[in-house]
Design a protein. Structure first.
Length: 163
């Protein structure tokens, strides 16, 4: 049975391993440094890391951050293209274990984020050459609100705010 919750310190190694396994360096679509050190810094900063587990196995992770704390040049470029509303938060990266995709984990992680950030807008980006992630997020009711170039790639900005 899938369960979503806020991550604890005991989850950080599994979160980092899942994200690194799906990073662009390993043929995935996630950009950036997602080492254990980086994930520990994220957690220590107080930003929410939401995880999905199936029994004892971590099968999904969604990292979030306050817009003003969001680090990294890709996130800065996204926020320049579309900063979101005054209480918006940065949603992502999100990563689902490849063996678990299609089981509703993305929707469960998004629902948990909405419980954690009630009434607040999520702002995220997806590489334009990642149609699977784009379609999955559009299915959640998100919409494309902008785009920006970064590292030679076109990126789409999405929001879950109502019109």
């Amino acid at each position: 049975m899938i369960r979503t919750r806020l991550a604890g310190t005991g989850d950080l190694e599994a979160v980092a391993a899942l994200i690194v396994e799906n990073s662009s360096a390993n043929g995935g679509a996630l950009t950036g440094d997602w080492s254990l050190d980086r994930v520990e810094q994220w957690f220590a900063r107080g930003d929410a890391i939401i995880v999905a587990s199936d029994g004892d196995r971590l099968v999904g992770a969604l990292l979030t951050s306050e817009g003003t704390q969001a680090a990294g040049p890709a996130v800065a470029a996204m926020l320049d293209a579309y900063p979101g509303g005054p209480s918006a938060y940065v949603y992502g990266p999100v990563c689902i274990d490849a063996r678990e995709r299609g089981r509703g984990l993305l929707a469960a992680l998004h629902a948990e984020a909405r419980r954690y950030y009630p009434g607040r807008e999520a702002v995220l980006f997806i590489r334009a050459d990642n149609p699977r992630s784009l379609q999955a997020h559009l299915k959640l009711g998100m919409r494309v609100v902008g785009e920006f170039p970064f590292a030679g790639q076109r990126h789409l900005v999405l929001s879950d705010a109502a019109d």
